[in-house]
Design a protein around this ligand. Structure first.
Ligand code: HEM
Length: 260
């Protein structure tokens, strides 16, 4: 199993790879994690899920770095963002990556969803992976929505207020959810605290295990349309056809014996 990674490393590092494998088994583990057969046709489209994962990891890393300077209070939030942009080393870069990868994430997750839809990956036995995917989509949209308010400028503030106003018209639960998000009747310090807690703690903490389940289910069933799936299915089909033929033969034999 330790073949592919080992064959791609130089002679000098082969010793290190073998040593690590012997002591920890990490190389075999990585091989299991990284290699997944995909169908020959449209193979590039099967990278969209990994691209989504990459962008989410990037969001986690840059988000944690932003937390070193961001202050989640109404009187300091905007100033701390301004300071990140103008006073902190690489602040513009880190915030820029966080902002743009959030935008790309929305596009890439949509494309990934479209690919899984058009390849029919939501069908049996992958229904649960589709359902988990929808939950992931809602969590990512929640992250985008709550992140917008955190900079506490006119743009973010009013976009969030309008968003909540629209949400408040949802039947039954709308008003309660919005009241909870606002932390009162109007947007203020409590709203910022709640959005911060949801953006930085709640949603990432829920998102991470759901991504784990998504990847576990992917490993369990493999990519839709990969060759092994067809081979498996064809073998099963042939087996069932042979069984049917045999049953028919048995029935015919029985009839003949009865006639004699
Ligand atoms: C946090 C967001 C998500 C991450 C990190 C993620 C990650 C992945 C990865 C790495 C794969 C395997 C590679 C690939 O097929 O592209 C995959 C497959 C899959 N994803 Fe996602 N995904 C996310 C969101 C979604 C959404 C929104 C849906 C649909 C509602 C979805 C449905 C699926 C399905 C059905 C598969 C199996 C594909 C197949 O077998 O052909 N995922 N996902």
């Amino acid at each position: 199993m330790i073949g592919r990674i080992r064959s791609q490393t130089s002679e000098a590092s082969k010793f290190l790879v073998d040593w690590m494998e012997d002591r920890t088994g990490i190389v075999t583990m990585l091989e299991h994690f990284l290699y997944e057969p995909v169908p020959k046709r449209g193979a590039w489209l099967y990278t969209l899920g990994s691209a989504t994962l990459f962008l989410i990891v990037l969001q986690f890393i840059t988000g944690i770095l932003l937390l070193f300077y961001y202050v989640p209070t109404t009187d300091h939030a905007w100033n701390s963002v301004y300071y990140i942009m103008h006073g902190v080393y690489f602040g513009v870069l880190i915030r820029g990556i966080h902002y743009w990868s959030a935008n790309f994430l929305m596009a890439v997750i949509g494309l990934h969803m479209a690919r899984t839809f058009f390849s029919g990956s939501y069908k049996a036995p992958r229904e649960m992976n589709w359902v988990i995917g929808v939950i992931l989509l809602l969590l990512v949209v929640g992250l985008a929505f709550t992140g917008y308010l955190l900079r506490w400028d006119q743009d973010g503030f009013w976009a969030s207020v309008v968003g909540m106003k629209i949400g408040s018209y949802s039947p039954f639960i709308g008003p309660y959810v919005i009241h909870f998000l606002l932390g009162g009747d109007v947007a203020g310090p409590a709203t910022l605290s709640r959005f911060f807690a949801i953006h930085v703690w709640l949603l990432p903490a829920v998102l991470a295990p759901f991504i784990g389940i998504h990847l576990y289910l992917l490993r369990r069933h493999g990519e839709f349309g990969a060759e092994f799936e067809y081979t498996d299915r064809l073998t099963k089909l042939r087996e069932s056809q042979q069984l049917e033929e045999f049953a028919r033969y048995e029935a015919d034999e029985g009839e003949e014996i009865e006639r004699e």
